[in-house]
Structures are given as structure tokens and as C-alpha cells.
Design a protein around this ligand. Structure first.
Ligand SMILES: Cc1cc2nc3c(=O)[nH]c(=O)nc-3n(C[C@H](O)[C@H](O)[C@H](O)COP(=O)(O)OP(=O)(O)OC[C@H]3O[C@@H](n4cnc5c(N)ncnc54)[C@H](O)[C@@H]3O)c2cc1C
Length: 436
């Protein structure tokens, strides 16, 4: 039986980042034929399709330096141009600062609610343990909660906002700014608020360009694709692989979803197995379209909070990179979240096209030249009351046995590509520091 001191399970961004920085003995095992996980890109008829919009919002200097080094000469910097489509009109993102253009009664309800919730002396205290629905109403007022925060998050997470905690919020929901909201009610202004006011994206090759750059820095002989980790025997320190072979390991770094890692671990205590089985996630169905004709505007992406639309978001990949579509065409990505069984693709397609017609993106189905659908079974890890304790217990158990879950799904979190890159670097340092 072969033995490796360190095994990386999964060739997602997080494990690739770790493997690139690793100087000791290791092997990386990836189930698919191609590395990259969610950061893979497919070409169809001159269109370049990511698994939905994958934009680099880099806040940490180390991540910016790494990405710039990896994608030298192939990185564009863009200023966010994001919108919301509701009540039949486009308004600017973030919703809570841009009521301009909404029907007057809706704009008044939102602005009044924001003031009522935030005037000095009237601010409601929100306890740290409050659920998302209470937090949204208390912090942003009834109008913003009713017309955007609650319906949008219900669509995205596929659970009631009262089930969600607020741990995941951090950078994602900008804080209320009353002056900005007044300005954004009387005028159409681009605001720099939010975690993603500017972002980076490869000029060519889609987001997989980042994966290819990382993979070039990892010795080919250390990477095995088309090989999945089927069983993990912690006591015997052995992995059983999909080709029936077994390999021995000293340490395991895994970007498999935490629930999967637990399911495949033979000797996991039953109480932890139960905790892992209760971790929940929302799936995303991403239909990408190559569309004839250039759109009349340069919007990057658009949120659809209303229930009458199936999609929660769509965007234009060809506005991130000219190379994403042939001249005179647009590359449109659409996202629909669901839980449980995936709805019928033909029915989904009809609803997607109908949403896009209503939002003025296409005139008819005849505008669609090519399409490519991706299903992402585990897309958004749900922050319910069970998650925090379960993740902490599972991580503690695994790490005590030298198994290190990393990445968005390994840590069961709302993580970004930046987080995946940095977690990879951090684990590589930690492990090499110990035995290096
Ligand atoms: C809809 C959506 C939109 C997003 N948009 C953005 C964005 O705009 N910006 C941003 O920064 N981030 C975005 N993200 C997050 C980003 O995709 C992730 O943070 C990042 O790709 C996670 O990488 P990872 O290594 O953690 O996991 P993954 O990419 O999930 O990689 C896991 C890998 O493990 C492999 N694997 C699974 N099981 C096995 C097994 N048994 N054996 C061997 N291999 C296995 C898989 O095939 C896969 O390659 C988005 C995510 C989603 C779902």
C-alpha cells in the first residue's frame, strides 16, 4: 500500500492553495477529471461559462498579492454596478440606500422605516442571538425588510429568515446610513457601500484561469484526478479510493463538504454522525445563456427579491470580461436556489426565460444561441441554530486526529474564494511548521 505523509482530499481552490504552498511529501486526490471545484469554467460555442458569477472580492493584502502574482497580466479591476429589479423597476444596490425610482409609496415606506428604526434614541436593541428576521426589521425597518431583505434571503437560503442566525452577516449586509438613504431617495447615485464596491476578474479564461495558474505551481506527479475518496479509516490511517485501491496517510486536509467527510469516516462516534447529518444546505441551479445582441446597459448583476420570479439573481459575465462572449453577444448567468429534489430542467428553463423577458434581458427565446446548466447540490451552508455547535464539535474531533477540514464546505460556512485561498495558505503553514 502506498503511503503519503499528507493527503489533500479534493482539488477545490482551498486545497490547491494549500498544495501550492506545500513543500513536503503529499498527494492531492480529486474526484472530477478537472481540478477547481466551483471555480471551473466551461466553453460552449465561443461563450465562457463559470459556475455562476465568480468575482474576486479581495480585502486582505496577502490574498491580493497572491492573486496578482498568479494572474499577472490577466486581471481586470471593475467598479461594481449592481442593481435590484422589483416593483417593475431597476434600483441601485444596496437596496437600503437607493429607493430612487421605486413607486413613491414603497420608497416612503422604506425610508420612513429606516428612520424609525435608526433615529437617535429610537434604535431598537437587537440581542446577539436574534434571528435574521428580527435583526433585519430592527436594524433596517419594516419597509426594507419587507421589500428586500426578507424575501431575498428566503429565496437564497430556502428557509424562513426566522430560522437563520446572524453569524454569517459580517461583511455581506452594509450598515444603515440615513444620510445616504435620503440622497439615494431623491437622486440616482452610485454608492460605494458594501463589501464588494470593486472587484477583480480574469480578462481571459473565466475564473478557472486562477485554478490553472495555481495548478501550474503544483508538481503534476502529486495530483491524481478522476479518483474519489470513498472511505476514511481514521484508526487504520487508510483511505479507500473509487478505483478500489487504498492508500495510507499521516494527515488529511479535506475540502469535501463537512457532512460528506463525516459520512465517509468509518469510525465516527454516532453522536457526531447525527450532528453531521443535521447540517443543511441550499442547492443552486445555474443556467447560463449565450444571447444574441448586446444589452443596452453595463449592469454587472441584478437581485430579484420578489417571489413572482424564480431567480434570485442574474448577471452578465460578458460585462466582467469581453472574452466571455463573441462580439455582438452577451453571456448571461442566472441563479435559482432550491432544497431537496431538483425541479425538472425543462420547467426551470421556461421560468428562467420568462424572468429574463420580464426584466428586459431577452426579447424572446429565439435570442438564446447556446446554453449550459450547472447544478450545485451544496451551494449555501445554512446558518441555523444547529450549525455552530455541530461544526465546532466535528472540527475538534477531526483535528485531534490530524484531519483538517478547510474551504467553504469543509468549514460549512459562507466563505469566499479569498477565504478558500487564505485557509489553504494557513493550513500549509501550520502543518509544515509542525513537522518542517
Ligand atoms: C452560487 C455561488 C456563487 C459564488 N460566487 C462567489 C463569488 O462571486 N466570489 C467568491 O469569492 N466566492 C464565490 N463563491 C464561493 C466560492 O465558490 C468558494 O468559496 C470556493 O470555490 C470554495 O472552494 P473550496 O475549495 O472550499 O470547495 P470546492 O470548490 O467545493 O471544492 C471541493 C472539491 O472537492 C472535490 N470532491 C468532493 N468530494 C470528493 C471526494 N469524495 N473525493 C475527492 N474529491 C472530492 C470536488 O469535486 C471539488 O473539486 C460562490 C459560491 C456559490 C455556491
Amino acid at each position: 500500500m502506498e503511503f503519503f505523509d499528507t493527503v489533500f482530499a479534493g482539488g477545490g481552490l482551498s486545497c490547491l492553495s494549500a498544495a501550492r504552498a506545500f513543500r513536503q511529501d503529499f498527494v492531492l486526490l480529486e474526484r472530477e477529471e478537472r481540478l477547481g471545484g466551483l471555480c471551473r469554467t466551461d466553453r460552449v460555442g465561443g461563450f465562457v461559462f463559470d459556475r455562476t458569477g465568480h468575482l474576486l472580492h479581495l480585502r486582505r493584502r496577502e490574498a491580493r498579492a497572491l492573486v496578482r502574482r498568479l494572474l499577472r497580466g490577466n486581471l481586470g479591476e471593475l467598479r461594481r454596478d449592481a442593481w435590484i429589479f422589483s416593483h417593475g423597476v431597476y434600483t441601485r444596490y444596496p437596496f437600503q440606500e437607493n429607493f430612487y425610482g421605486l413607486p413613491p409609496a414603497v420608497a416612503a415606506e422604506c425610508l420612513y422605516g429606516l428612520f424609525a428604526a435608526n433615529l437617535p434614541g429610537r434604535r431598537r436593541r437587537v440581542s446577539p442571538g436574534a434571528d435574521f428576521a428580527r435583526w433585519a426589521r430592527a436594524r433596517f425597518g419594516e419597509g426594507v425588510a419587507r421589500h428586500f431583505l426578507l424575501p431575498y434571503n428566503r429565496k437564497l437560503w430556502c428557509v424562513s429568515p426566522a430560522v437563520l442566525t446572524t453569524e454569517w452577516l459580517g461583511r455581506f449586509v452594509p450598515r444603515p446610513d440615513l444620510r445616504a438613504a435620503v440622497l439615494g431617495t431623491v437622486s440616482d447615485r452610485q454608492s460605494p457601500a458594501g463589501y464588494n464596491a470593486t472587484f477583480l476578474y480574469p480578462r481571459r479564461g473565466g475564473i478557472e484561469a486562477l485554478i490553472r495558474a495555481l495548478a501550474r505551481a503544483i508538481p503534476r506527479r502529486r495530483v491524481r484526478t478522476g479518483l474519489s475518496v470513498e472511505e476514511i479509516d481514521l484508526r487504520g490511517r487508510r483511505l479507500r479510493l473509487s478505483d478500489g485501491s487504498e492508500i495510507g496517510f499521516g494527515r488529511l486536509v479535506s475540502c469535501l463538504p463537512l457532512s460528506e467527510l463525516a459520512r465517509r469516516t468509518l469510525d465516527l462516534p454516532p453522536s457526531l454522525r447525527r450532528e453531521a447529518a443535521r447540517l443543511r444546505c441550499a442547492s443552486v441551479y445555474n443556467l447560463n445563456l449565450g444571447v444574441r445582441g448586446e444589452p443596452p446597459h453595463r449592469r454587472h448583476w441584478v437581485y430579484l427579491p420578489e417571489e413572482r420570479f424564480l431567480l434570485y439573481r442574474f448577471g452578465y459575465a460578458s460585462h466582467f470580461s469581453n472574452a466571455a462572449a463573441p462580439p455582438g453577444c452577451a453571456n448571461v448567468y442566472t441563479e435559482f436556489a432550491y432544497r431537496g429534489r431538483r425541479p425538472d430542467p425543462a420547467a426551470l428553463r421556461r421560468r428562467v426565460l420568462s424572468d429574463l423577458r420580464a426584466a428586459g434581458v431577452i426579447r424572446s427565446a429565439k435570442d438564446v444561441l447556446v446554453e449550459k446548466a450547472f447544478d450545485i447540490p451544496c451551494a449555501y451552508c445554512i446558518y441555523d441554530r444547529h450549525r455552530k455547535r455541530a461544526v465546532a464539535r466535528l472540527r475538534r474531533y477531526f483535528e485531534a486526529r490530524e484531519v483538517y477540514p478547510i474551504g467553504r464546505y469543509g468549514r460549512w460556512e459562507y466563505g469566499s474564494m479569498e477565504d478558500a485561498l487564505l485557509q489553504g495558505l494557513e493550513i500549509a503553514r501550520r502543518l509544515q511548521g509542525r513537522r518542517g
